[in-house]
Design a protein around this ligand. Structure first.
Ligand code: C6P
Length: 415
């Protein structure tokens, strides 16, 4: 009880940093934002950091010698160093800025994958992957002729690790999986799975789009080879994300896009590539966004990722327990202890889009649909779900509103 009230006080303070949370929708209904798995809200400090770049030192980076260019370059590279440290990278140069998780995975497929995967090879994925960790491998497999196999998802919403261990006996070249499912909320035993993959001689790519924002991550403790994430899901701006990879891999990988900044020397018919990470950052990058990403990391560090995780555990456990008691409501995925702050559900005889629309009229923002995980929905024989996803700024009283609003949805549909 005491612990909970301390958490409530903490969340009340955190909420003051997010201007959008003061908003009302539909004239006078207070906003309840339960769609952070799609994109999180941004604290004032992130918004200010980007405005400051445009107001005071807007310039291109790595190119000019003038004061503004040097300031912008320093801020961009300082942001890289702080973000790299946040995910436990020993070196800033192991972090490549990309547009998002999707681009990070495509980069690995098109550079490391193109150079290392061939006909007869095996890549292991899972049935719970987001499309961005399926389609890049499907595109390359169609061209190169390697095989894709999938770790099945159990009825409980966990990966079937027995099948995984059997698949590992077939000498895969790569295992690529999400650390945290954006639909089921499942947090996969990444460290254990990576160790097993390495023992079988495979490299491992972790989709960290949902883990990096919500749980403490150390790429070194995990033992990952590639780790991908997006700023916009972790209080930062859209348009920027990260690909972390071990130095020796980045050095050996061919470039992704060609153009300015990724080269050392260009001749009419050839070029020499720049050092990492710049080799993978062709053209003028998202400078303001990198600076905003750095500010988002500062914010998360100021709260502490252990605190973020425990606040979310508390609200998820509360929401899971309350929602479980709603008649006709089925929650996908494992028990509250095995999941992060995502609850996808179906309501008997009511389409998820209708649910989301009525919740919106009550000021509650949730997502409805397949959440870019169609094969996972196929696995559960449903076309869509409604998803409530939580972050450090959500409260249990917002969950109470959600529960009331779901009861209202049922009344509207005569259920
Ligand atoms: N999931 C959701 O509402 P991008 O769009 O590149 O920033 O992230 C892609 C991505 C990759 N993996 C996982 C596990 C994800 O959840 C996402 C994004 C959002 O669930 C938007 S579809």
């Amino acid at each position: 009880m005491i612990a909970s009230s301390i958490a409530e006080q903490k969340v009340a303070l955190i909420r003051k940093d997010f201007p959008v949370l003061e908003r009302e929708v539909h004239n006078s209904v207070p906003l309840i934002y339960f769609d952070s798995a799609a994109t999180s809200q941004k604290p004032q400090s992130v918004i200010d950091s980007m405005n400051e770049y445009y107001r005071l030192y807007n310039a291109n980076i790595h190119r000019g010698v003038h004061t503004l260019a040097e300031e912008a370059t320093a801020k961009y590279e300082e942001a890289r160093a702080r973000i790299a440290a946040f995910i436990g990278s020993p070196k800033a140069s192991e972090l490549v800025f990309t547009r998002n998780t999707t681009e990070s995975i495509n980069l690995v497929a098109q550079t490391w994958g193109r150079a290392n995967l061939q006909s007869g090879d095996l890549v292991i994925l899972t049935e719970m992957e987001h499309h961005s960790n399926l389609v890049p491998w499907q595109i390359l497999a169609a061209e190169k002729g390697f095989r894709l196999e999938f770790i099945p998802v159990t009825d409980e919403g966990l990966l079937d690790l027995d099948v995984y261990h059997q698949l590992l006996q077939q000498n895969p070249k790569l295992v690529a999986f999400t650390q945290f499912s954006n639909v089921l909320g499942t947090i996969n035993p990444a460290q254990e799975m990576i160790q097993a993959a390495h023992a079988a001689g495979a490299l491992v790519l972790i989709d960290g789009a949902q883990s990096a924002p919500h749980i403490p991550v150390s790429v070194v403790n995990l033992g990952a080879d590639f780790f991908t994430f997006s700023a916009h899901k972790m209080l930062g701006p859209t348009g920027i994300g990260g690909l972390w990879a071990k130095e020796e891999l980045l050095k050996a990988m061919p470039p992704f896009l060609g153009g300015g900044d990724m080269i050392k020397r260009v001749y009419l018919r050839s070029f020499t590539a720049n050092d990492i990470p710049h080799k993978f950052e062709a053209g003028t990058p998202a400078i303001a966004e990198a600076i905003g990403f750095g500010a988002a990391i500062d914010y998360l560090n100021s709260v502490g990722m252990q605190t973020v995780e425990s606040l979310e555990r508390e609200i998820t456990a509360y929401a899971y327990e309350r929602m479980r008691q709603i008649k006709g409501l089925t929650i996908l995925g494992p028990a509250a202890e095995k999941r992060g702050g995502v609850i996808s559900f179906t309501l008997e005889n009511i389409h998820p889009h209708d649910v989301a629309q009525i919740l919106d009229s009550e000021g509650i923002a949730v997502r409805a649909g397949h959440h870019c995980a169609m094969p996972l929905h196929d696995r559960f024989h449903i076309p869509a779900t409604t998803r409530a996803s939580f972050y450090l700024y959500n409260t249990t009283s917002e969950v109470d509103h959600l529960v009331k609003a779901i009861e209202k949805v049922k009344q509207v549909f005569g259920e």
